[in-house]
Write a protein that binds this ligand. Structure first.
Ligand SMILES: [Mg+2]
Length: 323
């Protein structure tokens, strides 16, 4: 994983903020071999470097003129980008209140002067290791989230047309039937099939066949785009649409409009009989959902209607309408 490697190999950045140069030098000498060290002699300067460099750890003096360590800490915590950077207070103050105040304002640790080099080294290392783990975890979580989103899309989308695939169509149909049962609304379902599509593939080749299906996908998308409409690729050259809250009459109108649009597109198909263009046979079922009318019922009704469109000469809409 590339993120992991980048995070593991990067030299971590430590910022020292102290108004006394001698203190900076001591800390610098303790830490310089292992980390990339930055330093600032005032809170204002420190904040500027923090925003620019986004260090992995900040060693912050409390007693400083102008802006003291608490104020610097508060400013770091205020900005969501810098708020996650761990802060260790380093100070000569040894009373409990000072320590509590420092931890309260969001510092992760507290080291008192005079400092012991091994202790500073160990604590800095611990906090930086924690920071590295957190960063790694966060980047993995982001990567995982991204992959999950892609998978979710793949799982419900037809690769060729970008329409919903059959699996997603079935899920949505189940959900819409349940909703229609609850709201006593109509539901219409359209099934359609490209006429003489096998002959089209034989005549023009599979690349052209795929382009034809993609274009029909676009027509489907353009026709069924009200909120809740779900156009789908149901199988090879079969398309379908779920039309929630749609009366049988409106369902027929929408199916007829789809058929007409396909004719208007006039894609040449020399093997498609007298018309010589690609056409659709369409079956549509509309009615209120009730206990006996589940997903299979809607599909089989639409499928039967589609079959009759084929039997009666193709390029037509057959409807079954129920109250
Ligand atoms: Mg000081």
């Amino acid at each position: 994983m590339k993120n992991e490697n980048a995070l593991q190999s990067r030299r971590q950045k430590v910022l020292i903020v102290d108004d006394t140069l001698a203190n900076i030098e001591i800390l610098y000498n303790i830490l310089q071999g292992e980390y990339e060290i930055f330093f600032a002699k005032s809170g204002t300067d420190g904040l500027r470097i923090i925003r620019k460099e986004l260090p992995d750890l900040i060693l912050l003096d409390i007693m400083m003129p102008d802006m003291d360590g608490y104020q610097v800490c508060a400013a770091i915590k205020e900005d969501p980008i810098t708020a996650v950077i761990p802060i260790i207070f380093i100070t000569a103050m040894t009373n409990v209140e000072a320590e509590t105040k420092g931890l309260d304002c969001g510092a992760i640790d507290y080291i008192t002067k005079p400092i012991s080099p091994p202790i500073v080294k160990a604590r800095v290392r611990n906090h930086l290791e924690l920071k590295r783990s957190r960063d790694l975890l966060q980047s993995l979580a982001l990567e995982l989230g991204e992959k999950n989103r892609k998978l979710e899309i793949l799982a419900r989308e037809d690769g060729l047309t970008g329409l919903a695939n059959r699996r997603h169509f079935n899920e949505v149909l189940d959900a819409e039937i349940k909703r229609a049962l609850r709201t006593h609304q109509f539901l219409s379902v359209i099934l359609c099939d490209v006429d003489y599509f096998k002959k089209y593939n034989d005549q023009y080749g599979h690349v052209a066949g795929d382009k034809c299906l993609q274009a029909i996908g676009e027509i489907m998308r353009g026709n069924f785009k009200r909120a809740g409409d779900l156009p789908a690729r149901y199988g090879g050259e079969e398309f379908a649409a779920i039309l929630p809250d749609t009366s049988p009459e409106s369902g027929v109108q929408m199916a007829e409009r789809l058929r007409e649009e396909m004719v208007a597109w006039a894609l040449p198909h020399s093997e498609a009989g007298v018309q010589g263009i690609v056409t659709l046979s369409v079956g549509v079922v509309g009615g209120q959902a009730n206990r006996g009318r589940n997903a299979e019922w809607f599909i089989s009704q639409a499928d039967e209607a589609l079959y009759r469109s084929k039997e009666n000469g193709r390029n037509q809409v057959t409807a079954v309408q129920y109250p």
